[in-house]
Design a protein around this ligand. Structure first.
Ligand code: ATP
Length: 433
């Protein structure tokens, strides 16, 4: 439990005020006293999870006036009024004006504390209920931002919705154009953070400009400091960050103070295996970032989303260029479904744009495989088979982080056979057979 006050007590009578503060404090509840209503209003936050306890009779601003102001400024914060004994008229007026309850003076401490506890519990339930509703709304809202009904996209959205409100950094990975930036933006918007969303491309960072870009220090410093206090730093292509800068980024993340926190959302091209194998990212940075890692799936794995996305991109392009939605037949659309979409959603968006403007759309042929490419060089059957086997073995070893027993399982062959084939393909270091 933090020590932020949970009860504001307002009373112009200094003795009564300190007596009430003492009773509440002795019951273990953080409390703050005010001798003037105005001073309390200056501190009042509509999102506050506390309650107000105020005397009714005060010279500068009466308890009923204070109640009216706090109902406007923070309508959800329960307000308890202390009325004079037997003052039924004020008590009724207080309840009619929206007070949570009234307490007659002099109130026994146990009674006072019981009413305060009930008001606090009501406030807690109200806030919890609101947060739950927001979480549900977030789920549906994400659906409108990151389109797609495929299982891969639904899972991805579920993961994003789960991490959005948490105070943790996130690593987004996936092929170019899969929606990492869109996801980062959505994570920020649904995080509840009030600060800015600042985007920095890690590939443009150098030892010379790091301090200027990241900290706003030095002659080349941008006008606004990019460290978004209470916001999000979206660090694109984090795997392009050179090793000394990875250490500086880590130090910067470690040094975040609780009162000036910012969330880091990093993105990396490709799969986690590629990221780990190419040693593009130090272990320290990877483990610091990978508590929440979310993959944006490639478009070819979301085949069932292609028409839906294309229709949306066509609508947007038609609106942007003030053109008609193009008429497309099933036959026109068929190639799109089996295409491998190397540029993912960005490429699909471009195709939609061309269709609307009436430009020719050319789908790139799939990149020839290594063997396919070498066929042109008169590759013999045996050499081609060895090439193929060697790349298959290497792919299995890469997938399993070099663990041969696991690679054998992946390939569905006994471990001994894997060793023999690795040896035949020259994949075992000398002396290891
Ligand atoms: N699920 C989605 N629904 C609708 N539009 C999407 C979706 N995913 C991506 N897009 C759109 O596709 C385009 C590419 O997305 P984005 O820039 O977020 O990809 P990226 O993964 O960050 O790319 P890169 O890694 O190349 O920077 C953008 O126009 C984006 O609005």
């Amino acid at each position: 439990m933090n020590n932020q006050p949970k009860i504001y007590v307002v009373d112009d009578d200094a003795d009564l005020l300190s007596a009430m503060v003492e009773i509440i404090e002795a019951a273990g509840m953080p409390v703050r006293g005010f001798s003037r209503g105005r001073a309390m209003l200056a501190e009042l936050d509509p999102e506050w999870d506390g309650v107000i306890l105020s005397d009714i009779r005060m010279p500068e601003m009466s308890g009923l006036e204070l109640l009216a102001h706090s109902r406007t400024m923070a309508p959800g914060v329960p307000f308890l009024l202390i009325t004079a004994h037997g003052d039924v008229r004020s008590a009724v007026q207080a309840i009619q004006s929206g007070a949570f309850d009234f307490i007659e003076k002099p109130a026994p401490p146990e009674y006072l504390l019981a009413v305060i506890r009930r008001a606090l519990e009501t406030r807690r339930l109200l806030l919890e209920n609101r947060r739950l509703k927001e979480r549900i709304a977030r789920g549906t809202d994400l659906r409108a931002r990151l389109l797609g009904r495929s299982v891969a996209m639904r899972n991805c959205r579920r993961e994003l919705a789960a991490v959005a409100p948490l105070d943790i950094d996130v690593l987004l990975y996936g092929e170019p154009g899969t929606g990492k930036q869109l996801a980062a933006r959505a994570l920020h918007d649904f995080s509840g953070l009030n600060g800015d969303f600042v985007q920095v491309d890690a590939a443009t960072l150098t030892e010379a400009n790091f301090a200027a870009v990241m900290l706003g220090q030095g002659d080349d410093a941008p006008v606004t400091t990019p460290m978004p206090h209470g916001g999000t730093l979206y660090l694109e292509r984090v795997n392009a960050l050179i090793p000394p800068l990875q250490n500086r980024l880590l130090a910067l993340m470690e040094a975040r103070r609780s009162d000036a926190r910012f969330r880091v959302i990093a993105s990396a091209h490709g799969s986690i295996e590629q990221l780990r194998q190419t040693d593009a990212m130090s272990d320290d940075l990877y483990y610091r970032l990978s508590l929440a890692e979310v993959e944006l799936p490639p478009l070819r794995e979301r085949e069932s989303d292609i028409y839906l996305l294309l229709a949306q991109f066509l609508r947007e392009a038609a609106q942007r260029h003030d053109r008609r939605f193009p008429e497309l037949t099933q036959q026109d659309l068929r190639p799109y479904r089996s295409y491998h979409w190397p540029g993912n959603l960005r490429e699909l968006r471009n195709v939609a744009e061309k269709l609307v403007i009436g430009l020719k759309v050319t789908l790139q042929p799939a990149a020839p495989t290594a063997i396919g490419a070498r066929l042109a060089d008169d590759l013999s059957y045996d050499d081609a088979m060895r090439d193929f086997e060697s790349s298959l073995l290497r792919a299995a070893l890469q997938k399993t982080g070099g663990r041969k027993a696991e690679a054998a399982t992946v390939l569905g062959v006994p471990r001994k056979r894997l060793y023999l084939r690795m040896k035949a393909c020259g994949l075992l270091p000398a002396g290891q057979d």
